[in-house]
Design a protein around this ligand. Structure first.
Ligand code: AMP
Ligand code: ZN
Length: 135
């Protein structure tokens, strides 16, 4: 199902033109208009889901195989030396377009980008507390 006024629904379903690098029945992969690096690609499901929480399981299961195809393309055609998969959920996490999308970001030597997070150093008790909540 598409959602009115969702730009990624319109792009994924071809109503708004995009620089499509890959397409199948369920997904369209497009070049990001504000790329982190050369070849930064977004994988969009054609059916609307706001985020990972809304994404149906069967669609979720098909995302990573598409990411593998795009990753292979970026390596073969652009010669990237590394790759980040990034998927933001919620404004707090940096999501700006509320239609699920997986970023495929090729990485190159001296590309000016960073690793996403800064590691912290919790003690064992803190980790155990989290573990107790999650199990
Ligand atoms: P996020 O912050 O995870 O929601 O990512 C949204 C991404 O979509 C950003 O990297 C934008 O540069 C990109 N973007 C927004 N509008 C468009 C568009 N019309 N075509 C291609 N990429 C877009
Ligand atoms: Zn949508």
């Amino acid at each position: 199902m598409k959602q009115d006024n969702c730009i990624f629904c319109k792009i994924a379903n071809g109503e708004i033109p995009s620089r499509t690098v890959y397409e199948d029945e369920d997904f369209r992969a497009i070049l990001d208009l504000g790329p982190a690096t050369k070849g930064h690609t977004l994988i969009l499901p054609k059916d609307h889901a706001a985020d990972l929480y809304e994404l149906p399981e069967d669609v979720a299961a098909k995302v990573l195989p598409v990411a593998k195809k795009v990753a292979a393309l970026l390596k073969e055609k652009l010669g990237c030396q590394g790759l980040n998969l990034v998927q933001n959920n919620g404004e707090l996490a940096g999501q700006t377009v509320m239609h699920f999308h997986l970023h495929v970001i090729p990485r190159y030597e001296n590309d000016g980008q960073k690793i996403l997070w800064n590691p912290t150093q919790p003690d064992g008790a803190e980790l155990d507390e989290v573990l107790a909540k999650l199990r």
